[in-house]
Every structure is written in structure tokens, then in C-alpha cells.
Design a protein around this ligand. Structure first.
Ligand SMILES: [Zn+2]
Length: 78
């Protein structure tokens, strides 16, 4: 996930991540350029959009291709 201060700087460090009662994720971070603490809040839906889950289908496919390759070399993969 990418955070940026209003000034455009990428935050120096994230101080705290929490959730509100409305299930919003709140991130406190420190901006060294502004010398102040800022916070942003995002809904969980927005988080999911920003951090899409890994494409497991691609993973499985390449794994079976690996197995086929190893079998062609005479190595059995259980
Ligand atoms: Zn700033």
C-alpha cells in the first residue's frame, strides 16, 4: 500500500496501524518534511483493492510445469 503526505513526501515511518469501530483502517505516520504526524483512514474494501490477493492460479500452473520439467529429466515429483 502506498501512502503519501499532503506535501507529496513518502512518510518516513509508519507509527501505528489500527481499526476504527466502523472497520476503517487508520494509519498514523510521520512526515519528516512537515515534521508532523498525519493519519489516513481507508475502508477495508479500499485496502482490498490496493492490495489484491496473489494470483494463486498462476502459482499452481508454474508448479505443475516445474514438475513436468523435472519428470522429463527423470526426476519424480510426488
Ligand atoms: Zn509532509
Amino acid at each position: 500500500m502506498h501512502f503519501a503526505c499532503y506535501c507529496g513526501q513518502t512518510p518516513d515511518r509508519i507509527l501505528e496501524i489500527g481499526f476504527t469501530s466502523e472497520r476503517h483502517m487508520v494509519v498514523h505516520f510521520w512526515c519528516a518534511a512537515c515534521n508532523r504526524v498525519l493519519f489516513i483512514s481507508r475502508t477495508l474494501d479500499e485496502c482490498a483493492q490496493l492490495c489484491p490477493p496473489l494470483d494463486t492460479e498462476t502459482e499452481t500452473q508454474s508448479a505443475s510445469e516445474d514438475a513436468r520439467f523435472l519428470q522429463s529429466l527423470g526426476i519424480a515429483v510426488s
